[in-house]
Every structure is written in structure tokens, then in C-alpha cells.
Design a protein. Structure first.
Length: 210
């Protein structure tokens, strides 16, 4: 996200100012004018598209489960489990839809959810696959956990723009397509998820014009 933010600021000819946020604060930051763009792993959904505009997707991922190593491998085994998610994310919503009988516990961020999993407060946690892979790679006790292969949902990630900012949105879309054409988007991907990284994952998408 930061790499894409840098590339967008450069093409727009503006100085980049990064504003830290969490999932629940992303849209309010944009609406209050404290941020001009959201480049923060925000999934494109019809509900969000009613209040903000989205660029063409620049990243595609999916929700997965992180569970203790000895736990079942199938998602359906967790249909009545206690599951941790990050507040204000599509993962939280997807859990309520897919497993209405589960008990969803919402946390402010993913490290807090991991602590709850370690403590046994939850039996699984969910987040975008790439975030989970990074989280697990950096955990000192990673051998105690595993990521389940099945996807809870497919997530298309876009840049959030305030409603009515059509010139800015067009410019962002144009630059995202240019980053794909120049090979820069694939280079950014490989920096984080290429074969030489701690979290290798094949790039199964390209950025295309809307």
C-alpha cells in the first residue's frame, strides 16, 4: 500500500503525507478531509461504494483462517467456533454471513487478534491471506499455527476517493494502469510476495482499466 501511495503521489506531482489509520477509521478520514486517498487494504464493496468512490482494483486477495497447527483443515469445521476478526473489515462481515452460528469477536488490529488466538480466547482468526502470511512469517511461534487453504471470500482492493472527485479518480485509475503496463506494479508485488520473500505467493491478477 505504501509503495502504491508513493507511486500515485509521484505521478500526481504532490508531496506524500502518510496518515496512519485502522480499518474502522479509513472512510471517516477521507470524509473529514484528513486524507485525500485511502490506500489501505480497503476491499471494494457495494455498501462502501455508496459513500466513497473506488479506483480500479490494484490488488486481489482472499480471506483465510489462521488456526492452531493441530486444528481441523476445513473451514466448515469452524461454523460454530469463536473467531477473531478486525473491526470494520469485510472479514468480520463475511463471517456473519458464512457462519451465522459462530461467535465473532472483533479486535482493533490483527496483532491483538493473534494474541487472542494464542490465549485460546478464539479458535481461529481471519484476515486477507497476504496479511496473515506476513503476520505468521514474523511470529516467533509460527510453528504452532497454520493458514487454512480455503478462501472465506475473494477481496478486490481499490483506492478510496471522496465522492465527486472524478478528476482525481480518473488520474488514479490512469496511473494504476500505467504501473501495470510499465511492470512497476508487478515489481511492487514481488518486493512483498515474490519467490525470494518470506511470504511467497503467485500474482494471479493484473490491473486493468475500468
Amino acid at each position: 500500500d505504501v509503495d502504491f501511495a508513493r507511486a500515485l503521489a509521484k505521478s500526481l506531482g504532490v508531496k506524500l503525507e502518510l496518515v496512519a489509520t485502522n480499518p474502522a477509521n479509513r472512510i471517516p478520514l477521507l470524509q473529514s478531509g484528513k486524507a485525500d486517498l485511502i490506500v489501505a487494504d480497503i476491499t471494494i464493496t457495494p455498501e462502501r461504494a455508496q459513500v466513497i468512490d473506488f479506483s480500479t482494483p490494484y490488488f486481489v486477495t482472499g480471506q483465510q483462517f489462521l488456526v492452531p497447527a493441530s486444528s481441523p483443515d476445513k473451514l466448515d469445521a469452524y461454523s460454530k467456533a469463536r473467531i477473531g476478526a478486525v473491526k470494520g473489515t469485510t472479514g468480520e462481515q463475511a463471517l456473519h454471513q458464512r457462519f451465522p452460528q459462530s461467535r465473532v469477536l472483533a479486535y482493533d488490529d490483527i496483532p491483538l487478534a493473534l494474541t487472542a488466538l494464542r490465549n485460546g480466547n478464539v479458535q481461529a482468526i481471519t484476515q486477507d491471506s497476504t496479511i496473515l502470511a506476513g503476520l505468521l512469517a514474523g511470529a516467533p511461534d509460527k510453528a504452532k499455527f497454520k493458514i487454512l487453504p480455503d478462501l472465506l471470500s475473494k477481496e478486490e482492493i481499490g483506492v478510496g476517493v471522496s465522492k465527486g472527485e472524478s478528476a482525481l479518480l480518473n488520474k488514479v485509475n490512469e496511473e494504476l494502469v500505467n504501473l501495470e503496463k510499465s511492470g512497476e506494479a508487478a515489481k511492487i508485488y514481488d518486493t512483498w510476495f515474490g519467490p525470494q520473500t518470506k511470504t511467497p505467493a503467485p500474482r494471479s491478477f493484473t490491473i486493468e482499466a475500468k
